[in-house]
Design a protein around this ligand. Sequence first.
Ligand code: UD1
Length: 416
Amino acid sequence: MEKFVINGGRKLSGKLRVESAKNSVLPILAASILTNEEVIIKDCPKILDVLNMIRILAFLGVKTRFSDGNLIINSSGINGYAIPQSLSNQLRSSIFMMGALLSRCGKAELAYPGGCEIGLRPIDIHLKGLKNLGILVEDTGGEIICVADKMCGGEVYLDFPSVGATENVMLSAVTAKGKTEIRNAAKEPEIVDLMRFLNAMGAKVYGAGTSTILIEGVEKLHGAVFKPVSDRIEAGTYLIATAITGGEIELENCSAKNISSLIHKLCDNACKISIKNDIIYLKSGACRKSFSFATGPYPCFPTDLQAPLMSLATVSDGVSVITENVFEMRYRHVQELVKMGADITVSGRTAIVKGVKRLMGATVNAHDLRGGASLIIASLNAEGKTIVEDINHIQRGYYEMDKKLRSLGADIKKKN
Ligand code: UD1
């Protein structure tokens, strides 16, 4: 098992370029099978989740290759619609293949998806949405079998604005006969990106970014060259990492508007932030002040930045109150932060964080992707050596995090 070894206490300083968004690239990879023509995803990050999604595509007979950081995909040889459990349980996003395979082959079979253990993560909203499009769904408890004899547009109401369910319904509706309306749709920037990608392939999707998405089914989609939106969660992670060390950073290829909820919290914390075009510049404040926030669907504070921002709260003056409203089990990093000297009490969905002067190095475990990132952030502040174990989770979503942090002056090494 690989681990990161970090000696804390160094101020971060420098420039970084933010990658394309993981949560945009993954559904786009699924959507790329909707055409026989070539699809090019520009600046595609080689993170583990993307590599695992590529393994699923390869299993189905799809050809992919990286060239100059771009991923080239050709699905003309697709020869299957069933994904074995050994592949689907590697990542949550394997579920996107359900909508995409239904569109492409009229059938889809896959085991329940894997991914971070941050809650129950059922797929009932996905399945209900697909049923509304006339798809027959058989859920055997371990495997889901979907058949679209007559896939036709319909009205879909999502009981919760689930990001994945919105994307799955979009993927199946683009080639369904007639019109589909998705109500209470998720509004995340990555949903807008999926619409932009599908429309670049010839689809007719309108309204993504609002709570009603309209889709007019088309018969055929064509190839496209597409640059995904930048990763707002990666950007946020490096902003917070810089703030906890008292440093300064310039981030390129950012959309500040997509993380405005975080930027406000960092300003509450006394950071100075300026924005010019796609560049965010952060200079840490002389002191760190406590702040409170509650996660929720976009444009509320993103659940994926809850753990990273909690690390900053652990060393900010006063009491911060954090409420996790999206996932019911997303506090597994708390026990690890406490090992590092943090003062955190969790009651239900709320965490009360009392700021301490400084954290201490310890051996901690990355239980999930963003919780793992929060431990790296905490270790940058901590006195002495921190060992973060189980970093596979972190590498699912952050490309070369150790190398990037070293370029900013951190003392971090990857070890076996
Ligand atoms: C996506 C993101 C993930 C982010 C999350 C919330 C991707 C690849 N992943 O995950 O990084 O943390 O959005 O912003 O884009 N739910 C149900 N039934 C369902 C579907 C969801 O009850 O059928 C619940 C979930 O358990 C969770 C909530 O709805 O409590 C939100 O989940 P959802 O928006 O679907 O998240 P994901 O698409 O899995």
